[in-house]
Design a protein around this ligand. Structure first.
Ligand code: MG
Length: 393
């Protein structure tokens, strides 16, 4: 029977690629609900193509005609309502920013599978989300929905790095895992000095060499903040202490991440750099389906290079790791500051190196608390955004 999926952020990069997967596997995936921020007419076209009945918009759409048979709702509550629909088995959360946290929370509270592309859900709310995921895993085991071996699958990472680690860990014992190696492309400015980065423009930073992504994550990739957020996510997803999570630059992006075991063996996950592969795996687990991508041609790949990341130049990686190690509400404050600083940079109001300076200033000013609730995190988020706006430079 086809899995019913809701796609939150359906008009973005992950959303449209999820629809590509659904288009190829109509017998396995049935798109039943969509949520989109702006681009309302695009979302309505998607709904028509896939016969989707429910759409939630972040804001009231203007100049659109809603086709017969499509139900439209508006606002954050509308998104929360979508994930609880009985037809929905899996929620693909590809919302951008902290808004995705509540959607992840509601998805797991409703006992649904969360296919997670929204980084903030774990970076900001990992302390709230992971216990809920463990509960849903238990429910899935009790209901006979979990595979006989391996994780029960309540929380499926869509990010290529975490999808890679997830697959490398299947069949392994947690006790025997020595280290997670999260790979990084190094971004478009790999090898440059701080002085060479001082006058970088948004257009230069948006020219990412490998993966096809939205503007915010593309800037985060260039500053290595994206990798810092991924380290925090890996800590939560795989219950791994920070001193056993390493980042290695792998410029070809052929290795999507690796796991090192207690006997010195290393398992690596390789493949074409196409996000539809990790998206599809999050939907197909524990199965594998055919994918509409060119397989990796090792004879044409040539060499694989590795290098340590330059955290003196790309300070966001070190800042994010420090926030994760301190824990509590500090990753929330750090993440909000980064969102504001990146938006300012994209708008031409802040400098490239100013992103790390802003993040560091907000982290220093934050009084860290233990994570207790979403409302508390939203308050910290709002405080950090205001503080960040004072520190754009
Ligand atoms: Mg990634």
């Amino acid at each position: 029977m086809a899995r019913g999926i809701a796609i939150l952020g359906s008009t973005g990069s992950i959303g449209t690629q999820t629809l590509d997967v659904a288009r190829r596997h109509p017998d396995k995936v049935k798109v039943v609900a969509l949520a989109a921020g702006r681009r309302a007419s695009e979302a309505l076209a998607q709904a028509q193509e896939f016969g989707v009945r429910y759409i939630a918009f972040g804001q009231e759409p203007s100049n659109v005609e809603v086709p017969a048979g499509v139900e439209v709702a508006v606002g954050a509550q509308a998104v929360a309502d979508l994930v609880k629909l009985p037809e929905v088995d899996v929620v693909v959360n590809a919302l951008v920013g902290a808004a995705g946290l509540r959607a992840s929370y509601e998805t797991l509270r409703a006992g649904k599978v969360l296919a997670l592309a929204n980084k903030e859900s774990l970076v900001v709310g990992g302390d709230l989300i992971m216990p809920l995921a463990a509960q849903v895993d238990e429910q899935r085991r009790a209901a006979g929905l979990a595979p006989a071996h391996g994780p029960a699958g309540a929380l499926m990472p869509i990010d290529s790095e975490h999808g890679a680690i997830y697959q490398c860990l299947i069949g392994e014992s947690a006790r025997e895992v020595a280290r997670l190696w999260v790979t990084a492309s190094g971004g478009p400015f790999r090898g440059r000095s701080r002085a060479e980065l001082s006058d970088i423009t948004a257009a230069q930073a948006l020219a990412h060499p490998t993966w096809n992504m939205g503007p915010k994550i593309t800037i985060d990739s260039s500053t290595l903040m994206n990798k810092g957020l991924e380290v925090i996510e890996a800590h939560h997803l795989f219950s791994m202490p920070y001193d056993r999570i390493s980042v290695v630059v792998q410029p070809q992006s052929a290795i999507h991440s690796m796991v090192e075991f207690s006997d010195g063996s290393v398992k690596a996950h390789l493949g074409t750099t196409d996000m539809r592969i990790p998206i599809q795996y999050a939907l197909s687990y524990p199965e594998r389906w055919d994918a509409p991508v060119q397989p990796l041609d090792f004879t044409a790949l040539g060499s694989l290079e590795f290098a340590a990341p330059d955290t003196d130049t790309f300070r966001c990686l070190a800042l994010a790791r420090a926030a994760g190690e301190r824990g509590g509400t500090l990753p929330c404050a750090m993440n909000a500051a980064n969102e504001v600083a990146v938006a300012a940079f994209l708008a031409g109001e802040g400098s490239y190196l100013g992103i790390a300076e802003c993040v560091e200033a907000v982290m220093e000013a934050h009084g860290v608390q233990a994570v207790e609730s979403i409302d508390q995190l939203l308050e910290v988020d709002a405080w950090a955004r205001a503080e960040a706006r004072e520190n754009i430079r």
